[in-house]
Design a protein around this ligand. Sequence first.
Ligand SMILES: *[C@@H]1O[C@H](CO)[C@@H](O)[C@H](O)[C@H]1NC(C)=O
Ligand SMILES: *[C@@H]1O[C@H](CO)[C@@H](O)[C@H](O)[C@H]1NC(C)=O
Ligand SMILES: *[C@@H]1O[C@H](CO)[C@@H](O)[C@H](O)[C@H]1NC(C)=O
Length: 487
Amino acid sequence: MPRHWRAPFSFILSVFILPLCTSAANSFENTAIVRTVELGGALVHVTTTYAVKALEDGSSVYTIALAEREQAHTSWLEAKLKGESERLPLEDFGYHQDSGVFLYTIELPKALNVNQTANLVIETVQTHATYAWPEEAGQKEGQSLKYETELLVLSPYKTAVQRTKVRSPSPQVHSYTVPEEVEFTTDAVATKSGATITYGPFYDIPPSATSEFVDKKQKHITVHYSFDYPVLEISKLQRAAEISHWGANLNIDDKYWLHNAGPRLKGHFSRLDYQTQNYFGRPGPHTIPSLQLHLPAGIHDVYYYDLVGNVSTSRLRTTPSLPKGAEPNQYSVLELRPRYPIAGGWNYSFTLGWDSPLEDYAGYDKTTGKYVVSVPIMTVIPGAVVDEAEVTIILPEGATDVDYVVPWPALSETLSTHITYLDTVGRPKITLKYAQLTDKHGGNIYVTYKVPFSAHLKKPLAVATAFAGVFALALAWKRVDIRISRK
Ligand SMILES: *[C@@H]1O[C@H](CO)[C@@H](O)[C@H](O)[C@H]1NC(C)=O
Ligand SMILES: *[C@@H]1O[C@H](CO)[C@@H](O)[C@H](O)[C@H]1NC(C)=O
Ligand SMILES: *[C@@H]1O[C@H](CO)[C@@H](O)[C@H](O)[C@H]1NC(C)=O
């Protein structure tokens, strides 16, 4: 799989089917565009505010454009009106051949008449948009990253004024591009103040979502900055959630393949240097000693092991189960301490799992006779990207009428049957695959199913039969034994 292969965008497309006839028919102009890039490690958050003005009555569909590079790195996109919390319906029109850009349309909650205005806020999260530079660093050296983007925000409409702010988490910005021969301004193209570089203002930009504009007027910029936090990538995550009515238990079993995407460690790892750095309270940002994870409240029997075996150096503070319907604002906090610090470029894989009371996640709907269980899609690790995720949910044996709702569309979904040794009819199993999940992609998968009363009885029957089998086998062994000993 190519490294930068993308997930479909993370909005619920199927819910919002836009009438196609309205697309691109409405016209607007941008009175102002402000793009703010919050530089990070594995994730970069970009917020773009469009102050728009309708040029004709009944304008309700606004189009935004993403350049190819932007599109290639964007794995989360949402549109809202400024100050509102409701997400606006968004439709992906894909690559527009003639314009060389990717187009999305946003449906405004209310059509605008001539000269009426609205403020649209588009939030995106980019993954793998930064890279370590230099690519290698000694253990005692700092960590710096580069981020590349385009100077101008593209739009199918003309724009009165626009600017881009690039904010570094550290005031240590080593360098930033100041493009030459930029039209649309007579002033400085870029100004830096503290940790923020402002490009623009640029004035009177014609409709720019065209290949011609991109070829002739667009400029490329690079910002090189110091980054004092780990660049954490989860190359692969496999979550298996097993629902058991017998044990009234929800077991979560996560397999992680972690990659430290900071600069590759130059030379050998020195534990002495590492301890000295820690002693002086200045651990290198590209060596990851531990991870703090927010696990759900109410968990028990937490296990954590890697290829070598159990890892016992972690600290866990559990929180009791929250009352039903409470905001999930309390967590069990796990300070996960790998067997060795993970240096830049290193990988570390491990398994982390726990049990939870099923009642914390399950409900029963009397009217439909169905159980409803919510399964968290993943444990969100702030700032980390999950390149590939596979979530499987194993339902109780004999469950029927299985249905589920996902918070984000999956790349693939399958419903199959999982047969373990004591099962007779097998357990329905849901498998969902995702790519490029970010810290915006938390949320629950809701599964509904029926467990007929007869299914409850299957287990003891199966156990009894299995036991009978074992007894028969034991008996046979005994006979063989006797015969041998007689000889
Ligand atoms: C819209 O605004 C422009 C410029 O301010 C003005 O000339 C025009 O008459 C306005 N149109 C309407 C329908 O109000
Ligand atoms: C790991 O810990 C679990 C739970 O404490 C225990 O059941 C298991 O036997 C241990 N495995 C090893 C290899 O030590
Ligand atoms: C670490 O994992 C990445 C991604 O899975 C892989 O490309 C790379 O070769 C691995 N590196 C090492 C040192 O094993």
